[in-house]
Design a protein around this ligand. Sequence first.
Ligand SMILES: [Zn+2]
Length: 274
Amino acid sequence: MALDLSRLLAGLRSRSGLDRDRLEQRAALLEEEWQAFLAQHQIPPDYLNVWWDCPICCDSGWLRADEKCRCLVQEEVDHLYHQSGLPPELREQTFETFRIDLYPPAFRSFMEQVVAECKAFAARVASEQPTENLMFRGGVGLGKTFLSSAIAHSVLRSGRSVIYLTLPELLDRIRHYKFEAVDPHALALLREVDLLILDDLGGEKVSEFSVQELFALVNYRITHRLPMVVSTNLAWTDLEEAYTARIASRLMGSARVLKLDGDDIRLLLKRPRA
Ligand SMILES: [Zn+2]
């Protein structure tokens, strides 16, 4: 057990009757006895040391009053990931792992632009700059979900909150928070999360309740300039038919639409790589 003698001695007045050398000898002797005691009882010499999970901030989470330690930032990001609802199978789908080379050569420069737009969007959300919403339109397997996921990762890593849901999941949550586990806080989170991603808005018939809830949510977020990413395989008229014209026009009117379309891309993507 090392004693920080120099600090102790700095404040020690001469009237204590002990001079510096004798105190140091005394401390060295005690330290020796202590180590001998530990050895005799086969106790590891560092037994009484304090072990911090994070030795940098001694688990306080802060380096200075206004500076968080990395461990706290990481903990917050982990919490945000947990809360986001991002499915485990999307954990690897990031901008870093996006493969432009899997697209046919004729579409690569277009896809590069799309990815650049997605990155710019994510950067604006991450830095709380105003941005229009993003809507992906196109068939299955063209990268809508991958790009939504990559945006989610990028925003989460910046320490902003993301909720990632399909429409049926979103409606289930609203119903649950409203009527079962009455939880206004969780309900408010859906409205106020930094980024809401609605994946794969499909053509299944939705109830009047769903239409009302979806409109209220979309309208709230647009009015409060809270960004959304929506992906759908529906054309404009199908979107109107499934979700009413007012939801369709609210969504489309506020969004930059990125169209990932064409059977030709899909066929080429499916072909095994040489
Ligand atoms: Zn720390």
